[in-house]
Design a protein around this ligand. Structure first.
Ligand SMILES: [Zn+2]
Ligand SMILES: [Zn+2]
Length: 372
């Protein structure tokens, strides 16, 4: 079997057996087995799921990171190696990322004698629910590491294309829940109550003014109300309405500005209508901020490797890799996967032709980073 065939084989086996965040037991078993068979050293971390391998010797350590979890999505791609786990699918391509970093690990193992230090390869669980990076860091995976690199496949780029950027890249991801507490009444006698549905509607409209009228239009911000729930029937005005949604930003100051404005609008509308509106914020991962120097370095190596490189646009999604970059410098990059359907789509189908090139790129990147 050629190297490219091996990577496709691994990717397909992972794809057929996807597991949700923190349930990646079989995935972990497979990755461990493949790494051990290739002679890679596994670090003895106490992790229920996820694996960390190391290759080389010496003081300096460069880290590479893959994510291994899948999503609660029923696959409709129609590929012959579709998910055998009903309702679970590698719809974000973490099977691809895992296969790429396995390939990089193998290549680095072949060149072990020539490495100017150690390369630590992280296979992290729970990227989708943003908990895995913290677990690996707690286990010690960043100890002694001078820089870390990772990838996401990018369906909108062709195979052979590459993009990254210095500074902010992926977004701050925040979730909010709003509880509107009015006063219930007979639908025919609204004056005896305080209509929570009318108030919630005003609130949704008012929130739209934050992005369009409060934040500098040159800054990125998405404020979306994604769930609204209230009422049980047609002839009763409900007492309460619940709203939920998400805020995406890249700058810390903008994030705080929008949060403040949402809180003010909610409090003000509540006061005007004589009702109570409670806003609760759930902070997700912070923006992924690439180190300027390492992002430029990653792009230089990509040019040298033969990728067609681009300056990446800001990404409004979140990425757990951000947490590593809060501890040590490094860079996250996009590798073209040319899927007609996007990430998290049930028909997502990345082009496996990216695997070999990406594995060779990351092995090269780690080797060259050790020399910096
Ligand atoms: Zn995802
Ligand atoms: Zn992903």
């Amino acid at each position: 079997m050629s190297f490219a065939e091996q990577l496709i084989d691994w990717r397909r086996e992972l794809h057929q057996h996807p597991e949700l965040s923190l349930e990646e037991f079989e995935t972990t078993r497979r990755v461990r087995q493949w790494l051990e068979a290739a002679g890679l050293r596994l670090l003895p971390y106490d992790l229920p799921t996820g694996v960390v391998a190391e290759v080389g010797a010496g003081e300096k350590i460069i880290a590479l990171r893959a994510d291994i979890d899948a999503l609660p999505i029923a696959e409709t791609s129609g590929v012959p190696f579709s998910s055998l786990n009903p309702g679970v699918m590698h719809a974000c391509g973490h099977d691809v990322h895992t296969s790429v970093m396995l390939g990089a690990a193998l290549l680095l193992k072949q060149n072990e004698q020539t490495l100017a230090g150690k390369v630590r390869i992280l296979f992290q669980p729970a990227e989708e629910n943003f908990g895995g990076a913290k677990r690996l860091i707690k286990a010690g995976a960043l100890e002694g590491v001078s820089a870390i690199f990772g990838m996401h496949n990018e369906p909108g780029l062709a195979v052979g294309e590459f993009a990254t950027r210095g500074g902010a890249f992926y977004a701050n991801v925040d979730r909010f829940a709003i509880q509107v507490n009015g006063k219930g009444a007979h639908a025919a006698r609204p004056h005896e109550g305080n209509d929570a549905i009318l108030l919630a509607s005003q609130l949704v409209n008012a929130l739209q003014s934050v992005a369009s009228r409060n934040v500098n239009t040159l800054d990125s911000v998405v404020l979306s109300v994604t769930r609204i729930a209230g009422g049980n029937t047609w002839n009763v005005l409900p007492e309460n309405v619940e709203l939920e949604g998400t805020l995406r930003t890249h700058k810390r100051a903008v994030r705080q500005q929008v949060k403040n404005r949402v809180n003010e609008i909610a409090a003000g509308l509540g006061q005007a209508f004589g009702a109570e509106i409670a806003v609760t914020w759930f902070d997700g991962p912070q923006a992924l901020v690439n180190d300027e120097k390492w992002a430029a370095f990653a792009r230089d190596v990509a040019d040298w490797h033969g990728y067609r490189t681009h300056h990446a646009d800001l990404h409004m999604g979140g990425e757990d890799f951000a947490v590593y970059l809060q501890h040590i410098p490094g860079a996250f990059v996009s590798i073209g996967s040319a899927s007609q359907y996007g990430l998290h789509h049930p028909a997502f189908n990345p082009d496996e032709a990216l695997l070999e090139g990406a594995a060779r790129y990351f092995a090269l990147l780690a080797e060259k980073a050790l020399l910096q």
